[in-house]
Design a protein around this ligand. Structure first.
Ligand code: 1PZ
Length: 211
């Protein structure tokens, strides 16, 4: 089964995240992230410093979702409401207390913006464009803003190890490069939607700069 793993199913998780009432369900959101991390693993050990951090963040959220207050962690909306109402969101520098769900999701949310730009760049890129360039551009236009120099440097070095565009599209395991491009065209609007709803929710509650 590990070999039959396809990015199509991973991206579909983001499609099932959004409810009729425009809430973002944490269950499918996190399983989408788990799948992305698995995919990242398959790209090689050079990305392990990235996947380690992503795993740690997903783990924090899974603990909340399976913990005593699990009914408060069904959706991003219920999480924000609960953590704000109970003073669990630190507005000051991290004080050694447990990381809140809000600050943790904010990191994943910012990375989702990178993912959106990166996949869109892959989808619309020319056949001979370089994945590392698409990845670096997407990173610089999103996540890099929040990272110190040393992380930006390490990330940029790791990106150079990415395979060429068509090879990358093929390891997504969706079929040919053309089929992968078509799949991205279908899946990306859902990722955009999840990103947009989260961004609006966090902006509304002034949570976009949580330390
Ligand atoms: C296909 C190539 C994959 C490229 C992935 C691009 C993202 C590069 C991110 C590099 C960051 C790694 C080090 C960890 C940084 C953390 O300091 C920050 C902030 O967290 P804090 O320190 O405040 O707790 N963490 C993040 O920004 C979250 C990064 C998650 C990256 C997930 C990538 C998922 C890749 C999917 C691949 C398809």
């Amino acid at each position: 089964m590990a070999d039959a793993f396809s990015l199509r199913e991973v991206l579909a998780a983001f499609q099932t995240c959004v409810t009729e009432r425009r809430e973002v369900l944490l269950g499918p959101y996190l399983s989408g992230w788990r799948g992305l991390i698995r995919f990242l693993h398959s790209l090689g050990a050079i990305f392990s410093f990235i996947s380690k951090d992503a795993v740690a963040k997903v783990q924090i959220m899974e603990n909340y979702c399976g913990g005593e207050q699990r009914d408060k962690y069904v959706s991003l909306q219920s999480m924000v409401e609960y953590e704000l109402a109970n003073g669990l969101v630190g507005v000051q520098k991290r004080s050694g207390g447990p990381d809140s769900g809000c600050r943790t999701v904010l990191r994943l949310h910012r990375a989702l913006r990178w993912l959106q730009l990166f996949l869109e760049g892959l989808r619309t890129g020319r056949e001979d464009s370089r994945t590392s360039v698409i990845c670096t551009d997407s990173y610089n236009a999103s996540l890099a803003t929040y990272h110190p120099w040393v992380v930006r440097k390490a990330a940029t070095v790791a990106f150079c190890a990415l395979p060429p565009r068509n090879a990358f599209l093929e390891i997504m395991n969706v079929g040919t490069a053309e089929e992968a491009v078509a799949m991205l065209g279908e899946a990306l609007p859902y990722i955009c939607d999840v990103y947009g709803i989260t961004q609006e929710l966090f902006a509304q509650h002034k949570l976009l700069d949580l330390p």
